[in-house]
Write a protein that binds this ligand. Structure first.
Ligand code: ADP
Length: 516
């Protein structure tokens, strides 16, 4: 059963409350004099009750606030109501020894008979203030740390569609390095969608974000972001499976350096390869030249022996046939000497031309000339070499003026025609035709001679190659090689077709003007 609450009881209760309260209770009268204090006030301010009672309450107020305080009390008693004191202002108390501490005061008032009294409930908030200050300073410290880091740190939240798939992300908190990385102000970046800054999330990014959410594990990555033209590397994880904390650094300079190094390496490799090729080529040329020269030495020692013996014999005979009646015989031997000398000169010329070509010393000299006229001149010149019953037929079309090397083209034609004559029998016609075709002129030399054995055709343009079926026909095996090289110098092409016993057809195609 609950006992009834008598005024005596309540007074005793209040007395106990007053005495034991862990906040200070201070009663002040309308004149601002202290009427009553509880032990907490005594302890806090270091005064005993009798030192305070009857004293102006300003005794407990720091010097700086004293002046206004009396006015505040006066105003309070004009319309007293319960309220916290000094809202929005930091309040301080001063102890007997002069120490100040922050406090919070809540005011109430009551009447004791006619006397109006105000009660101030005083809480020492030093602890709370200290904790707040510490919190604030910690916060500043961490903020400074956060912002001072050169690594970009940011927190973003993931946005999902109805089926729970990640669609985008929103920057929640970013440090200065992040703002710098994206070239924005921090305030601008915070709240922005990832898609607005880095473009929409591709499948890979979505997959990584979902993995982070599902596993809570830290994911590391290294990627190129075209929207900002940077390579970023970093890691992120989701501590609460909602937001993502990301650590990012810009590795573009490293990538650029890597690329530069790579292309430098590639450049070097290319240079080395080029140089090696050059060396190989020059070694090959050197070998070819040597082969050519030694080939020539054996050819000359072989091929020159007979003509030189002929010359020697003929000269001795010319000497012997000194009388007038031997004139005819003398002339016959002189003609023989002339003919073998011509053969030797031809052979030497071939060799010298090829030597020049192989050493890259032959020069292409462009001039304008009528290719039809040239062909007609060559035809005329070669007619004197034809065997009995041979004739040059075929149409030499009007092909106008071309821009090429006249001497080289002339040499090519002489060579091909002289082969056709050499390697075909008497009475067999030789077709020599020329016609313009697609910015080129096409010249054909076609005989009905011995032909070239199919198996040997692959060697046709090699130095000193002579087919097995040449019999006693003289030659060096250098002419076609020279022809091929000359055709290339003119920017043209050469082709042939040959059937043993039936004949051979050589066709060259030369551009009307060589591309330089
Ligand atoms: P050469 O005529 O001085 O031997 P070429 O280089 O002009 O040297 O020709 C190489 C070889 O190709 C000849 O020895 C011959 O076997 C063959 N050849 C060239 N032209 C003809 C042709 N019109 N008919 C048959 N064989 C040919």
């Amino acid at each position: 059963m609950m006992g009834s609450f008598t005024p005596q009881d309540s007074e005793a209760g209040f007395q106990a409350l007053f005495e034991n309260a862990t906040i200070g209770i201070l009663v002040v009268n309308a004149n601002g004099l202290i009427h009553q204090v509880n032990p907490f006030i005594e302890r806090k301010f270091g005064y005993s009750a009798h030192e305070l009672i009857g004293k102006p309450v300003e005794i407990l107020v720091p010097e700086a606030y004293k002046k206004n305080h009396a006015r505040h009390i006066h105003r309070y008693f004009e319309s007293p109501k319960s309220r916290p004191m000094g809202q929005g202002v930091d309040l301080f108390g001063v102890t007997k020894s002069g120490g100040e501490f922050p406090l919070e005061i809540s005011l109430a008032h009551y009447k004791n008979g006619n006397e109006s009294l105000s009660v101030a409930f005083v809480t020492d908030i030093s602890e709370r203030r200290r904790a707040q200050d510490e919190l604030k300073s910690n916060e500043t410290k961490y903020r400074d740390l956060f912002d001072g880091l050169t690594e970009s740190i940011h927190i973003f939240e993931l946005l999902k569609d109805g089926s729970g798939n990640v669609t985008d992300a929103r920057f929640v908190l970013v440090n200065q390095a992040t703002a710098d990385l994206f070239g924005m102000k921090r305030e601008q970046l915070e709240g922005k969608l990832r898609s607005e800054v880095l473009g929409s999330m591709d499948a890979d990014s979505r997959r990584m974000a979902e993995l982070a959410l599902q596993t809570g594990k830290r994911i590391t990555y290294e990627r190129y972001y075209p929207a900002i033209n940077r390579w970023l590397a970093g890691s992120f994880y989701s501590p609460d499976r909602k937001q993502i904390v990301a650590f990012v650094h810009d590795i573009t300079p490293v990538k650029q350096a890597e690329d530069a190094l790579k292309s430098l390496n590639e450049g070097l490799e290319l240079k080395v390869a080029e140089r090696t090729l050059e060396l190989k080529q020059s070694l090959f040329r050197e070998k070819e030249l040597n082969a050519l020269k030694s080939g020539f030495v054996s050819l000359a020692s072989h091929e020159f022996r007979t003509p030189l013996t002929t010359i020697q014999t003929s000269m001795s005979l010319i000497e012997a046939y000194s009388g007038d009646d031997n004139k005819e015989k003398r002339l016959k031997h002189i003609a023989k000497v002339k003919s073998v000398v011509k053969n030797m000169v031809d052979m030497l010329n071939d060799f010298l031309s090829l030597d020049k070509l192989e050493q890259g010393k032959a020069v292409f000299t462009s001039e304008q000339f009528s290719v039809t006229t040239l062909c007609e001149e060559v035809k005329e010149e070669m007619s004197t070499m034809l065997k009995v019953g041979q004739q040059l037929e075929g149409d030499l079309h009007e092909a106008g003026i071309i821009n090429s090397d006249r001497k080289i083209l002339r040499n090519i034609l002489l060579n091909l025609l002289s082969n056709a004559i050499k390697y075909s029998p008497e009475s067999k016609p030789i077709r020599f035709s020329m016609e313009p075709k697609d910015k080129h002129i096409v010249i054909t030399v076609c005989d009905q001679g011995i032909g070239i054995p199919a198996k040997e055709q692959k060697h046709l343009f090699s130095n000193f190659f002579r087919a097995s079926n040449v019999g006693g026909v003289e030659g060096t095996g250098l002419g076609l090689n020279i022809v091929k090289k000359y055709v290339e110098m003119l920017g043209g092409e050469i082709g042939f077709q040959s059937d043993i016993g039936k004949g051979s057809m050589f066709e060259i195609s030369i551009p009307l003007a060589r591309d330089i």
